[in-house]
Design a protein around this ligand. Structure first.
Ligand code: SF4
Ligand code: SF4
Length: 336
């Protein structure tokens, strides 16, 4: 895989600063039961990096002292970390909202047969990847059979109240090097297609732009499309999205306990900068404020501010409007 950091220009993206932390996003490890084409983490079944018990304990101390209201768990498949359930139970008992970024197919992994019930029992907010409502598109991006397994998982979650009384958000990202279509219009299509064909309900659809890093960035580079995609992101930049980019209120923690401004910077090896510190570990920052610290930006950040904007919570702007001055791809154009 190509090193994408060396391909990303630095210096053009506007300077931005942190506010106080409302969300701690923790990467519990790179192991995943899938090997998706667009994975910005390069996760897979053979990755062994995993947050250990001591770091999980430190993470909870940090979260409690930070004043954050949300603990957002990601990976790999975060559920495959042996400490996942204990962490979730502790965070929920502390009154935090817990988000599980779930790939859905993990619900059918050996040892995870009761995972859906566990998540429902702890009222965990599930954010699940489903990059299309058509089988071929999902299987092409995420692996053969993933669509069918994902639908079974969604039906199980629905039966437990997800999509009605419990929060179940779905995540869309484009198949190729284009921006996502307007979020609200696509959400209507998803609701109709998944509801009519499969009886599936969900809370919201979140549209995310693909970041030009890791597997996706490397694939673009090998196809000679990297610079064109970067130009697309830069040209669709909207200043008004700068106020809502996730790094202003979120801190990202890697599996070893080091801090980053966001998950993308984590994958690029660009640590959060505190004064003269080149990188910071959880053990050094419990109870400290990050407000007003400058955020480490490079031109991949245009992936967050292009068009309607993109964050782990979906589009930043009203997804109903026509974005990017009318050159935004429609749902059909991106193959949904
Ligand atoms: S399910 Fe998510 S973490 Fe796993 S390989 Fe796919 S994109 Fe990466
Ligand atoms: S890539 Fe990360 S640092 Fe850059 S704007 Fe997006 S969230 Fe902020």
């Amino acid at each position: 895989m190509r090193d994408t950091l060396s391909l990303i220009p630095r210096g053009r993206f506007p300077s931005i600063r942190r506010r106080s932390v409302s969300t701690v996003q923790a990467n519990l490890g790179y192991r995943c039961n899938q090997t998706c084409q667009h994975c910005h983490v390069n996760a897979g079944p053979h990755r062994e990096e995993m947050m250990d018990r001591d770091t999980l304990n430190l993470l909870m101390r940090f979260v409690r002292a930070s004043g954050a209201r949300v603990l957002d768990l990601t990976g790999g498949a975060p559920e495959l970390n042996p400490g996942f359930r204990e962490l979730v139970a502790e965070a929920r008992a502390a009154g935090l909202e817990v988000i599980d970024r779930c790939n859905l197919t993990v619900l059918e992994e050996p040892g995870q047969e009761d995972l859906a019930e566990f998540l429902a029992g702890h009222q965990v907010h599930v954010v699940a990847s489903l990059p299309c409502y058509l089988e071929d598109n999902v299987d092409r991006q995420r692996g053969k059979g993933v669509f069918e397994t994902s639908l079974r998982a969604l039906a199980r979650l629905n039966a437990l109240g997800y999509g009605t009384t419990l929060t179940l958000d779905l995540v869309f990202n484009p198949q190729g090097p284009s921006l996502p279509p307007p979020q609200q219009a696509l959400e209507r299509d998803y609701r109709q297609m998944l509801g009519e064909r499969y009886g599936i309900v969900f809370s919201r659809l979140l549209t995310l732009a693909n970041m030009p890093i890791q597997r996706f960035g490397s694939m673009l580079a090998s196809q000679g499309k990297f610079d064109d995609y970067m130009a697309l992101l830069r040209e669709a930049h909207r200043d008004e999205n700068l106020d809502a980019v996730m790094c202003r209120d979120l801190v990202s923690v890697d599996w070893q306990g080091y801090l980053f401004d966001c998950d993308f910077n984590q994958m690029l090896g660009l640590p959060l900068r505190r004064a003269a510190q080149s990188r910071s570990h959880l053990r050094e920052v419990v109870g400290q404020s990050f407000a007003e610290l400058p955020i480490v930006v490079r031109d991949h950040c245009y992936g967050c501010t292009a068009g309607q904007g993109s964050s782990c919570g979906g589009a930043l702007a009203d997804g109903n409007e026509s974005v990017a001055q009318g050159d935004q791809p429609t749902a059909e154009a991106v193959g949904v």
